[in-house]
Design a protein around this ligand. Structure first.
Ligand code: 4AD
Ligand code: MG
Length: 455
């Protein structure tokens, strides 16, 4: 049986014979009895096993080290005065697979840095079990949210010829080592996608509300705790939506997935709270119940200027003025110190945003939105899209984007165009926000970051 089933049915199973197989978390010999703590991965909870001289294979069992896999058969005995609801009094044990002495996951506290070097073993720790279960719950909650709203899930390509964000951060996909892309597999330069947005936009024109949820790749050389070279992104795109409706959708999505995890991942959240952040659950609950602030970029600049007036060492980048591309220190100041809650910033200067965003009437700003959250900074980036063909072409030219490279995308505006809005939610950043993990390398199974490609 799986421990999950034992836990679910322990009242009916009280004082009955049960059997299960698990991995040793600890093995301790007492005077008269010995204790094993086992975990089988079906839940993050461990099971305590008591064994004695009479237990079959006592000798071998007492020699087993952390990490070994053992089979236990014995009586399930309820333990109402202890945190665990029951223990198993072992009659029979079998050693399924021993664990070598050099096993890196020993009892003493392991640093996250150390665990990052063994990404194949770290999911065996309770913390990582909790993080990856929450990651899975979040993924399901996102699909559930969109499914209940009748969104169509579209899979956009991973290999592409466009650089949607125009930031020149795409990884090249090639079979050659001479860079002759015209003789390459596709007969042209190909790269890994940085965003499915442009393709999703084409589908929103056909199906109204669509979303993508897939891997994206960016060769940003920013070695920070919030950037990965390979990360997953959720990108909804909705025809007819304004910026305001886009913002409402972001808020509804975030709150819906928070509710789902608070309801369905309580134990995992508690484990994360113990490990990462002792206020985690109350912070998530208050975000779920609060109204997110909406603030103009220009107003944010004023708040940041005030902050520098009060304390000139508040930021490393002190030259706060309209046009500044906010750094994570500024974003964190706004949502952590000033508001203490998630905040939407809107209407950014066009110079610091992508070519496809709709120009506002002031001709200076675009209909962009970023959601900033405490502990992370930017969690979501989105916009209403430029729907005017001529304005879009003009802006693209200013940015040196070749018409022919994106003609299919520009021309969507010529073939009967609904206005359209959408956003990108960085999935790892969401997992960080919900688990309290402070480094993106700890929320993706095998992280890819500069100079780091293990397995
Ligand atoms: O703000 P970004 O660059 O927006 C887009 O890609 C748009 N095409 C989205 C859209 O409108 N459909 O990225 C969106 C989000 C960011 O807010 C951030 O959460 C995450 O993706 N992100 C990263 N996460 C991890 N590592 C990186 N290198 C990331 N770059 C962006
Ligand atoms: Mg962004």
């Amino acid at each position: 049986m799986l421990v999950r089933e034992l836990l679910k049915n322990f009242q009916e199973l009280a004082n009955k014979e049960v059997e299960f197989t698990g991995r040793i978390r600890s093995n301790r010999q007492g005077k008269n009895v010995s204790f094993l703590v086992l975990n089988d991965g079906s839940v993050i909870d461990d099971v305590q096993v008591v064994y004695k001289n009479e237990t079959k294979n006592f000798e071998q069992l007492s020699k087993q080290r952390l990490g070994a896999v053992v089979y236990i058969q014995g009586k399930l005995v309820p333990t109402p005065n202890r945190p665990q609801p029951f223990e198993i009094q072992a009659k029979i044990s079998e050693i399924i697979s021993e664990c070598a002495e050099e096993y890196p996951l020993q009892k003493k506290e392991q640093s996250l840095e150390f665990l990052r070097e063994i990404p194949q073993l770290r999911p065996r720790t309770k913390t990582f079990q909790a993080v990856f279960k929450i990651r899975s719950l979040l993924s399901f909650a996102i699909h559930k949210f969109f499914n209940e709203k009748d969104f169509v899930y579209v899979n956009t390509p991973i290999i592409t010829e466009n650089d949607a964000e125009g930031a020149g951060e795409a990884f090249v996909v090639t079979t050659r080592n001479d860079g002759k892309y015209e003789d390459d597999f596709f007969g042209k330069k190909a790269n890994l996608t940085v965003s499915g947005q442009l393709n999703a936009e084409a589908y929103a024109q056909s199906l109204n509300s669509v979303y993508t949820f897939g891997p994206t790749f960016r060769a940003e050389n920013s070695n920070t705790s919030r950037h990965a070279a390979e990360f997953w992104m959720i990108e909804p795109e909705v025809a007819l939506n304004s910026l305001k409706e886009n913002i409402d959708l972001i808020e509804e999505l975030i709150k819906s997935v928070l509710s789902y995890v608070l309801e369905n991942g309580r134990k995992e959240l508690e484990a994360c709270q113990n490990f990462f952040d002792d206020k985690l659950i109350s912070r998530l609950e208050s975000a779920k119940d609060s109204k997110f602030k909406v603030l103009d970029y220009a107003e944010a600049i004023n708040i940041l200027k005030e902050a520098v007036k009060k304390n000139k060492n508040e930021f490393e980048e002190k030259n706060i003025k309209f046009g500044l591309d906010l750094g994570s220190e500024h974003e964190k100041y706004l949502c952590e110190k000033h508001f203490g809650s998630p905040v939407f910033l809107i209407n950014y200067p066009k110079e610091i945003k992508a070519f496809y965003m709709k120009l506002n009437d002031d001709k200076k700003t675009v209909a962009a939105v970023d959601l900033l959250v405490p502990g992370i900074g930017e969690l979501v980036g989105g916009s209403q899209r430029e729907d005017n063909f001529d304005k879009l072409i003009l802006r693209s030219k200013e940015l040196g984007i070749n018409f022919d490279d994106l003609s299919w995308y520009f021309n969507l505006r010529k073939f009967g165009y609904y206005k359209s809005s959408g956003f990108g939610l960085g999935f790892e950043r969401l997992v960080m926000y919900v688990t309290g993990a402070t480094n993106i390398r700890d929320v993706i199974s095998f992280p890819r970051t500069p100079n780091n490609l293990l397995f």
